[in-house]
Ligand binder design. Structure first.
Ligand SMILES: Cc1cc2nc3c(=O)[nH]c(=O)nc-3n(C[C@H](O)[C@H](O)[C@H](O)COP(=O)(O)OP(=O)(O)OC[C@H]3O[C@@H](n4cnc5c(N)ncnc54)[C@H](O)[C@@H]3O)c2cc1C
Length: 447
């Protein structure tokens, strides 16, 4: 086994002796573990503020399983070049258990769209930009963290390098603070005892369609709800450059995920007929924030922190946003005080994050509980989605991440319609459930 090396900004030559945290004149040193949108954005923010940021990624050429839909505001906020976009979705359809269709296109503001990207393209771009800002990319798998005894001692980040030409050498980074951006199975969270959260499992197939079928999905994305595609989530068909991503997710019935995947394929049916599956992928999605998102001088961001909205499974924007917010908070505290502290991270990162997004996450949690609990709720959801006022408010909060105050009269009408839909759709939903049970029994009898 190769001897441990202690990597430093001066390219792997500094000894591992403990350095005082508050060292006047020297820059802050941070290890960012994970090179997805959260890690790349944290590293870019740190490097841009003059910190020495090490961005460790175990699989730089990999592709995170993902639908790849991002909100429009992310393009400007994160200066994402338009040529990275595979598809601009201007038509969004949601289909109920009884195949009632709500077309989301009517209230889309002029020129607005939902950008669809491949994650390998987006992540690689964000990592390169972090490197251009001065972050050092370290290809390698982080295996453990040595937590310091004293408040000014450094953290040691142990990793196995996969740098081309360097073999599988072990390395150690000595840093003042750590950003855990290593996704839903976060090693960093485990190392610092940040606690567990519930996860959903999401499953997705990349399906290459014949040209005519692909043309149908040119600027169209579909979402399917129903007990057949998921007991607590939705199934999707999202267009990409040369294929569609067909997938679903669940928290409650993970062992049955393949049955739900068969469900979404059956519902999309003729529209994806003749398609060839070119890739099958699955990954956990966090359902809640982790019990502890800051422990000492270690902060979790993105999926590692649990920032995915339950109703929509959206996490790319929140990952990038939290990474940047956390990186800026660390750099600001260092510039002000010459140190990084748990209290400072709570103030500068967690409090700002919660002030901006906690309400939105709670609201989407509630929507999921009301509308995904059974087929009656799902029918009501789709019926309401046909309403122009609902569409306008949904686009406002999804595309631009604004929780704007509604119009009192519009909200009152919406409340009334919601109750009416729930009552009416209770009947339809129960009927759909009954028909599905009959169909299942018939199938079992045939077997
Ligand atoms: C099937 C599926 C579909 C989805 N669709 C959408 C969608 O359409 N829109 C949306 O907004 N969100 C979607 N999401 C959620 C979205 O993918 C995540 O919220 C987002 O990727 C979180 O970004 P992140 O940077 O926090 O973590 P990740 O993207 O998971 O990145 C973590 C990185 O850390 C690296 N890593 C992990 N462990 C280590 C280690 N020990 N050492 C070094 N590196 C390590 C990994 O290789 C990875 O690159 C979907 C998720 C799934 C599973």
């Amino acid at each position: 086994m190769a001897a441990a090396t202690c990597h430093s900004p001066a390219r792997f030559t500094v000894s591992c002796s403990s350095t005082s945290l508050a060292a006047p004149g020297r820059p802050l040193r941070v290890a960012v573990v994970g090179g997805g949108p959260a890690g790349a954005s944290a590293a870019e923010a740190l490097a841009s503020a003059g910190a020495q940021a090490f961005l460790l990624e175990r699989n730089p050429s990999g592709a995170k399983p993902c639908g790849g839909a991002i909100p429009l505001c992310m393009l400007d906020e994160f200066a994402i070049p338009r040529d990275l976009i595979d598809r601009r979705v201007t038509r969004m359809r949601i289909l109920s258990p009884s195949n009632l269709v709500a077309d989301f296109s009517r209230a889309l503001p002029p020129g607005a769209h939902i950008p669809m990207l491949r994650r390998e393209v987006l992540d690689s771009f964000l990592r390169t930009r972090a490197a251009d800002a001065g972050a050092q990319l370290v290809p390698g798998l982080v295996t453990s963290l040595s937590v310091p005894a004293g408040p000014t001692d450094p953290y040691l980040v142990h990793y196995i390098s996969s740098e081309p030409g360097q073999g599988q050498g072990r390395g150690v980074l000595e840093v003042d603070a750590v950003v855990g951006a290593d996704g839903a199975n976060s090693r960093v969270a485990r190392e610092v005892g940040a606690g567990d959260y519930t996860t959903a499992i999401a499953f997705q197939e990349r399906v290459r369609l014949p040209d005519a079928a692909m043309g149908y999905y040119d600027d169209l994305a579909e979402m399917y709800v129903g007990g057949d595609v998921s007991p607590d989530f939705y199934g999707w068909v999202f267009p990409k450059c040369d294929h569609v991503a067909v997938g679903t997710g669940t928290v409650r019935a993970k062992p049955e995920i393949k049955r739900f995947q068969a469900g979404i394929r059956a519902r999309a049916g003729p529209k994806i007929a003749g398609g060839r599956v070119v890739k099958v992928e699955a990954h956990p999605i966090p359902e809640h924030p982790r019990p502890r998102r800051v422990v000492g001088r270690v902060a979790l961001v993105g999926d590692a922190a649990g920032y995915v909205t339950r109703c929509s499974g959206e996490g790319i924007y929140f990952a990038a946003k939290s990474g940047r917010m956390c990186g800026q908070a660390m750099a600001e505290e260092w510039a002000r005080t010459g140190g990084v502290t748990e209290a400072g991270l709570r103030r500068g990162y967690l409090r700002r994050w919660d002030d901006e997004f906690l309400l939105m996450f709670r609201f989407l949690d509630l929507l999921q509980q009301v509308f995904y609990a059974g087929n009656a709720g799902r029918e009501a959801l789709v019926e309401m989605c046909a309403d122009e006022y609902v569409q306008r408010r949904t686009f406002e909060s999804y595309l631009y991440k604004r929780m704007v105050a509604g119009e009192p009269w519009g909200d009152l009408k919406l409340l009334w319609r919601t109750v009416a839909s729930m009552v009416r759709c209770g009947v339809i939903g129960r009927e759909v459930d009954r028909l599905r049970r009959v169909e299942l029994q018939a199938r079992e009898l045939r077997v």
